[in-house]
Design a protein. Structure first.
Length: 269
């Protein structure tokens, strides 16, 4: 993406665990009209947008000081609703639609067509989509499970294979993410809030744009009927939780071409 549609965002007051969520949401924007990236402390002078959580008093103070030292940045406020006349705000929990919707509206109303200062290109990251025709050397997986321990376990196992993991906690969120960017493999729990794994699998396999994505069903059930349901839905593989590392690695090698290279047989946190 060229710099004309890439916007640097300075974050004030977002805790680390939510910052990781924002980073994942911003990675989705790589395939959209407006691309967003977080700038660190050393790059604050390149920021064009601020994302502020005023509930953090220290961060709000740093934000006010920063704004006073330079031309004021257009700001998206983290709030339950617009407050103090703020036009652009996003509420928790952060989702792709909420976060990118607020940023897109700000960009389109305040920054599109503006005489923007030249911002440096975002550094290349392993979890960013590679330009067409370039082998990134890694795959990107979407892990769909409403259990945090399961998401963490799968993430660690994927990391051994140099596979970047992104996450969804519901079937609807998974479909939203898959519609916005490309994934090389999907790990899909059967029991999910809203649409279950079978419904999500059927939706992906019936769509010409997504039917080639390998789908691995994850479930605590192990009956033959459950496996038949997964096969009918179109899944490519079926793993029963708790999943052994050997079975997990074997499934990766069967679903991905070329198969990944594993860094180590030990799984660490």
């Amino acid at each position: 993406m060229g710099m004309d549609n890439s916007y640097a965002v300075a974050i004030f007051g977002i805790p680390d665990f939510e910052r990781e969520m924002v980073e994942r949401i911003f990675s989705v924007s790589q395939s959209r009209d407006h691309v967003y990236r977080i700038v660190d402390q050393a790059e604050l002078d390149t920021a064009e947008i601020a994302l502020l959580d005023k509930s953090d008093a220290d961060a709000a103070g740093r934000y006010d000081q920063f704004q006073s030292q330079r031309q004021a940045l257009p700001t998206v406020l983290v709030a339950s609703s617009g407050e103090n006349g703020c036009e652009y705000w996003v509420k928790r929990p952060f989702t792709v639609t909420r976060m990118l919707g607020a940023l897109d509206r700000l960009v389109e109303e305040q920054l599109s067509g503006a005489d923007r200062r030249s911002a440096p290109e975002a550094p290349t990251r392993l979890d960013s989509p590679a330009p067409a025709g370039i082998n990134p050397g890694t795959y990107t997986a979407l892990v769909v499970d409403d259990s945090l321990p399961v998401r963490q376990q799968v993430s660690v196992a994927l990391r051994r294979a140099s596979i970047t993991a992104e996450f969804a906690e519901s079937g609807e969120q998974a479909l939203q993410l898959i519609a916005a960017r490309r994934y090389d493999i999907v790990f899909l729990d059967i029991v999910l809030p809203g649409k279950d794994g079978y419904e999500v699998c059927k939706a992906l396999k019936s769509n010409e744009k997504t039917r080639q994505i390998p789908i691995v069903m994850l479930t605590a059930k192990s009956s033959a009927s459950d496996r038949v349901k997964g096969e009918v839905a179109g899944c490519d593989a079926y793993l029963t939780k708790p999943v052994s590392l050997e079975a997990f690695d074997k499934t990766l090698c069967e679903c991905l071409d070329p198969p990944p290279t594993f860094q180590s047989k030990s799984v660490g946190a």
